[in-house]
Design a protein around this ligand. Structure first.
Ligand code: AHG
Ligand code: MN
Ligand code: MN
Length: 310
């Protein structure tokens, strides 16, 4: 593909419903970008996790839910900001969209990176395994507005163009996690990391990987995808399931990671193979270069086996 391929050109070769879904989200970037300065505070409401919603969480969630349902390809939208699935009123559509409408919303206050995470399923079941996704993408609000889109045949990155151009144009294709890995980013209070995880992070440091953590999964993942390395929001001593959500964050990002030659794991299993038990399920997430994630899984297994000897 030539570098001036637009998102529209690219989507012409995709499943028409997937194209409609990507376009519905891509088309809202400027209205969302312009709204940010006017919705910096709290909404005064809570989401399904009992977390205080930011005004922008709610506004982006309602806007994107509406635009997605309007496509008529979408049977339902499940979102971390909606207590239950929002169904297509006419019962149309064969696709389910799982959405984190605003990932990294605590970064709005500090004007740091945040974005939107989308998983696409050709199914009316709201809680399919992540492996059943047909596409996944995230939009990143940074100096550029970019979309990183994983389809069956690889990972592509598009940048929002100048006003005079069509919406987005291709800046990277067949993205793969680079080797050797250069960065690691880890959430949670290090005092609450389990000992074997602390040992693993020390290993990364000893190998010269640089610490980059910015407080949004999309922003931190994007750095690892570009420079190679590891991102984790780990199990914590007081929160063994960690913080991030299986359906709205883990599955879409693990689909993208796998299409880029990497891996998303709970430390015990591939995230994409988890049968979701409830929509708001949280999981520990370790994601990035295949070798590093596999090394962590082996370390966790050895420690578990050693403990179970007696
Ligand atoms: P969200 O804004 O959708 O709730 O997601 C925030 C998540 C994730 O984006 C990020 O990796 C993590 O929370 C940051 O958590 P800390 O603020 O505890 O570092
Ligand atoms: Mn969110
Ligand atoms: Mn999030």
């Amino acid at each position: 593909m030539n570098k001036e391929t637009t998102l529209e050109d690219f989507l012409e070769n995709q499943d028409p419903e997937v194209a409609e879904i990507v376009d519905a989200v891509a088309g809202q970037s400027i209205p969302i970008r312009h709204e940010i300065p006017h919705r910096r505070g709290d909404a005064g409401t809570q989401n399904i996790y009992g977390e205080d919603q930011k005004a922008l969480d709610v506004w982006v969630n309602d806007l994107l839910t509406h635009k997605l349902i309007e496509t008529n390809s979408v049977y339902q939208v499940v979102s971390e900001e909606n207590p239950k699935p929002i169904l297509n009123p006419g019962g149309e559509g064969e696709y389910t969209v799982a959405m984190d409408p605003l990932d990294g919303s605590s970064n709005v206050k500090s004007n740091n990176l945040f974005g939107t995470i989308i998983g696409v399923y050709k199914s009316r079941n709201p809680a399919e395994k992540g492996r059943k996704q047909v596409a996944a993408f995230y939009k990143l609000y940074g100096p550029m507005i970019t979309i990183v889109l994983a389809t069956e045949d690889g990972v592509y990155e598009f940048a929002k163009a100048r006003k005079t151009h069509k919406k987005y144009f291709l800046i990277n294709e067949q993205l793969r996690f680079p080797e050797p890995p250069k960065l690691y980013g880890v959430g949670g209070n290090p005092k609450k990391w389990v000992p074997e995880f602390r040992y693993f992070v020390d290993l990364l440091r000893d190998r010269g990987l640089k610490n980059r953590y910015g407080g949004s999964f999309v922003g931190d993942f994007n750095q690892v995808l570009k420079y190679g390395g590891f991102f984790g929001y780990p199990a914590l001593l007081d929160k063994p399931r960690g913080k991030l959500r299986l359906v709205f964050e883990g599955n879409p990002m693990s689909f993208i990671a796998e299409k880029a030659g990497g891996l998303g794991s709970t430390g015990a299993q591939n995230i994409l193979d988890i049968e979701p038990r409830e929509m708001d399920e949280r999981i520990p997430i370790y994601i990035g270069n295949m070798e590093l994630i596999s090394e962590l899984e082996k370390l966790f297994t050895v420690c578990k086996d050693a403990r179970e000897q007696y």
